[in-house]
Design a protein around this ligand. Structure first.
Ligand code: HEM
Length: 133
């Protein structure tokens, strides 16, 4: 028997059943909310970079919300290294809320109170964890 997923995992699983790739929606939302972020990405080949950045961020979030086996460390590491891309700490942290909001829109009625509370708590924890070195 497999253990039931925590609400964060559950939110990604429900979204995956509706949408094979969150990348376009996440970046559309990011660039609408923070237009200055668009220019931080390279002009050639940025789609690959953006896709893998999101995939790694999601892996890190899932690990942070569950077993914390290792991928979660990427959050603190990249918070420090993103300064070089001109990404402020606030903007870096905002990416996680952008992911949350994208999932919430996709889930509609299935966005439960449990999922909402788990995400609220997670965003606060990530903010505390991602203190630049
Ligand atoms: C809105 C917030 C963010 C912005 C604007 C941003 C921007 C960027 C940019 C401009 C690059 C380099 C692209 C290139 O090589 O052309 C990059 C790479 C990368 N980003 Fe982000 N990023 C954000 C949030 C995050 C988050 C939350 C994570 C994961 C926790 C992350 C993980 C990565 C990784 C793994 C790379 C690959 C290269 C590296 O290790 O620096 N990013 N990001």
């Amino acid at each position: 028997m497999t253990a039931s997923p925590n609400p964060i995992e559950q939110s990604f699983e429900l979204a995956a059943a509706r949408c094979a790739d969150l990348t376009p929606q996440v970046y559309q939302r990011l660039f609408e909310a923070h237009p200055e972020a668009r220019a931080m990405f390279r002009s050639q080949g940025s789609e690959l970079v953006m896709g893998s950045m999101l995939a790694l961020a999601i892996e890190a979030v899932l690990d942070f919300a569950a077993e914390r086996r290792g991928h979660f460390r990427l959050i603190a590491c990249e918070a420090a290294s993103h300064e070089a891309y001109g990404t402020s700490r606030e903007l870096f942290i905002a990416f996680f809320a952008i992911i949350r909001d994208t999932l919430r829109d996709l889930l509609g009625n299935e966005w439960s109170g449990d999922i909402a509370r788990a995400w609220d708590a997670l965003l606060v924890e990530i903010d505390a964890f991602a203190v630049p070195a």
